[in-house]
Design a binder for this molecule. Structure first.
Ligand SMILES: [Ca+2]
Ligand SMILES: [Ca+2]
Ligand SMILES: [Ca+2]
Ligand SMILES: [Ca+2]
Length: 692
């Protein structure tokens, strides 16, 4: 019912965008401020002694005069940390400045934007903003109750996984899941520690088709009620945490349970539906952590941030999010800070080291694009560091409700249901208070998003290890997506990389190879650089795009640079040098080859002018070298900028060759000098030199 209400409300809103009064997409009576680091110790000390409760009505007085003036003006009654102190991870949270965020409470009649503006002028405050409301990205569900639980043949309803045209859609407009499972089985599993944080309403963790794949905090399961048994800062967090009620009691809901089932309903258990990464018997079993930030008709968590830090600090590496702010162009910076914390710190312990057997170091955050059928800035999906997911129908076309635009990263099946055809929706686990082990059809980008989270989990369960990074995962998801140009030419360019493709995404990566690149020593003249197009000598089994890198054993003999695939080797000096060339694909597949170069000793008269200085600038010792191509009289001279001679070597008759020596400049006045190279009484080269 909650979702029906939201839907009707937004239809109304969209049709009257400019005629209606403002939506007030903000929480009443609250603003969020970020203090300057030097202001916070005062507040921390003061708040410890204040002992205020949130029901207090007296004005908040902290002893910081400028701040208290604003508290009086808006009759602020309390403040508290947005990110609570959670013990062993507190130090890491402080590195991210999360302790600087406070929520300030004031009477609900005040306009939060005005109050935020009022606080933002205080010298102690860096940022002050209203708390923008969030909503589940849900669509009205078309329900199809079952009298008795179906057996696994309900996989037939899951066209999104394997579309044979069974629902009247287009065969092949699916995520290639059957082929992916076959491939995963042949590859074997590498990691059973993939935890996906379903950040949503509460997941019904006792659902018969989900229970085996729920994350369980064993210390709390076997611990004492109202005690934080594992000392992670949260009491009784067995399956995750309810950030709305601030308790461990998850309140099960249909939407979150549906989302969780798409990712990890228990596959092949003779019951109900399949989940993308839900088959522990085959080794690609993953765990769902339920992070409840929405509850009932209108209750949502006041501060999203701790939902992300909790998930990261307790082992999740994939954050699944089918929610967004109520209005476009709005977001809270504290939420964005927490999303970045998840991306950087998931898979790491409190010291920043990889967690034991983590499938990835760092996290990926995946968001539904939203159901407004608009190209607007819908945060957090719009935020560039997260993956934004648009929805397709069973024809592989942009679903009629889906947001779209060049900010969308990828698409996945979200389905479409109508009164006459419910089977075009996405069928998954759900929850009714009267039928707890429920299944139903739903539609929305809310349903599309967990397809990407599920495929991400499948990739990590097959390939994940301590060297796997979020960049590799993100690249793999986007790079292997099925282009939508064939299914929906009109909209394909606004639907990101294409339709998520589980088969291509879990294929192992093979490293590129070099072939035909010269391995014998190559003699190059002193006069001209050698240019090699490395793309002609390297290939990747999957035709992945390659990036090249070069490392030089002796940078004073050649200067080697790479621009795209073009390697340029500029001679500087005669001698031998090895160039180590690396070709890398986007998934950490790499190969190396060594090129041996000899720069010819014989040089043309033009190259006589070879005076080299090192280091430059210098503190004391200056090394110099020069090249001589025929027998001659030679000396080196240093002059200051007034032309005064400061130093001169004896004039010596020398054979052709390379000479070097050093001069001790300690005690010289700092400044600019010129080093001159004089051959048979002619100055053939001069270089500026800086004495520090
Ligand atoms: Ca705990
Ligand atoms: Ca407990
Ligand atoms: Ca099942
Ligand atoms: Ca490759």
């Amino acid at each position: 019912m909650r979702f029906l209400f939201i839907f009707v409300f937004f239809e109304f809103f969209l049709g009257n965008l400019f005629a209606q009064p403002s939506l007030q997409p903000m929480e009443a009576g609250k603003v969020v401020v970020k203090f300057r680091p030097d202001a916070v110790p005062v507040f921390e000390t003061r708040l410890r002694t204040l002992n205020k409760t949130l029901s207090d009505t007296s004005v908040l007085i902290t002893g910081v005069q400028s701040f208290d003036r604003i508290n009086r003006r808006y009759r602020a009654t309390n403040m508290r940390r947005v990110f609570p102190d959670v013990g062993e991870y507190e130090a890491k949270h402080r590195q991210y400045g999360l302790h600087l965020w406070y929520e300030i409470v004031f009477p609900k009649g005040e306009d939060p934007e005005k109050v935020a503006a009022g606080y933002s002028i205080d010298e102690n405050v860096q940022i002050a903003e209203p708390r923008y409301k969030i909503r589940s990205i849900a669509m009205p569900a078309s329900t199809l109750p079952f009298d008795e639980l179906p057996n696994d043949p309900d996989f037939e309803k899951q066209w999104n996984f394997n579309n044979t045209g069974q629902t009247g859609g287009t065969a092949g407009a699916d995520i290639r899941l059957i082929d992916a499972w076959i491939k995963a089985k042949s590859l074997g599993t590498k990691n059973n520690n993939v935890i996906v944080a379903v950040t949503d309403g509460g997941v019904y963790h006792d659902h018969k088709d989900l229970k085996a794949n729920m994350w369980v905090n064993e210390a709390e399961l076997n611990g004492k009620i109202n005690v934080d048994d594992d000392r992670n800062g949260y009491k009784d967090d067995i399956y995750g945490y309810n950030f709305v009620s601030r308790t461990g009691t998850i309140v099960p809901e249909d939407h979150a349970t549906h989302v969780a089932g798409i990712i990890a309903a228990v596959t092949n258990n003779g019951l109900g539906v399949s989940g993308i990464a839900g088959n522990p018997d085959e080794g690609y079993g993953i765990k769902i952590m339920t992070i409840q930030i929405l509850e009932g008709d209108d209750k949502s968590v006041e501060s999203i941030g701790p939902a992300f830090t909790y998930a990261a600090d307790n082992g999740a590496v994939i954050s699944q999010n089918s929610w967004g702010y109520e209005a476009p162009n709005k977001y809270n910076q504290s939420d964005i800070d927490a999303i970045n914390y998840f991306i950087n710190e998931a898979g790491k312990d409190q010291h920043g080291n990889p967690r034991a057997e983590t499938p990835m170091v760092g996290g990926i955050v995946i968001f539904a694009a939203g159901n407004d059928r608009k190209d607007d800035k819908w945060y957090p999906a719009y935020y560039e560091n997260v993956l934004a997911v648009a929805a397709t129908n069973h024809y592989g076309k942009l679903a009629r409700y889906s947001n779209f635009g060049n900010w969308v990263d990828i698409s996945a099946p979200g389905g479409e249901t109508s009164e006459t055809n419910k089977t075009g929706g996405i069928y998954s686990t759900s929850y009714l208070s009267t039928n707890k082990n429920y299944y139903e059809y739903m539609q929305g980008t809310s349903m599309a998003c967990p397809h990407v989270s599920g495929v991400a989990a499948l990739i990590l369960s097959v390939h994940g290890n301590e060297n796997y990074t979020p960049d590799m995962l993100r690249t793999r998801l986007l790079y292997t997506a099925t282009p939508l140009t064939a299914f929906d030419p009109a909209n394909a360019s606004k639907m990101g990389a294409g339709l998520v493709n589980a088969l291509e995404a879990i294929k192992p990566n093979y490293s590129p190879k070099f072939f035909g690149l010269m391995t014998d020593t190559t003699l190059i003249p002193f006069t001209a650089p050698l240019v090699i197009n490395l793309a002609k000598y390297a290939s990747d089994p999957e035709n992945d795009p390659l990036t090249f890198h070069v490392q030089t054993s002796e940078s004073n003999i050649v200067n080697a640079t790479i621009n795209g695939s073009i390697l340029t080797i500029e001679p500087r000096y005669h001698g031998n040098v090895d160039l180590l060339i690396t070709a890398s694909d986007p998934f950490a597949g790499r190969t190396t080859a060594t090129i041996h170069i000899t720069v010819e000793q014989k040089y043309a008269p033009d190259n006589l002018k070879q005076l080299l200085l090192y280091p430059n600038p210098t503190n004391d010792i200056l090394w110099y070298s020069y090249i001589l191509d025929e027998t001659a009289s030679v000396f080196i001279r240093i002059v200051n900028f007034s032309g005064q001679i400061m130093f001169q070597t004896p004039v010596e008759k020398r054979m052709s060759g390379t000479y070097y020596n050093n001069i001790n400049l300690s005690g010289w006045t700092a400044g600019m000098y010129v080093v001159q190279y004089i051959v048979d009484e002619k100055m053939v080269d001069a270089k500026k030199m800086m004495k520090k």
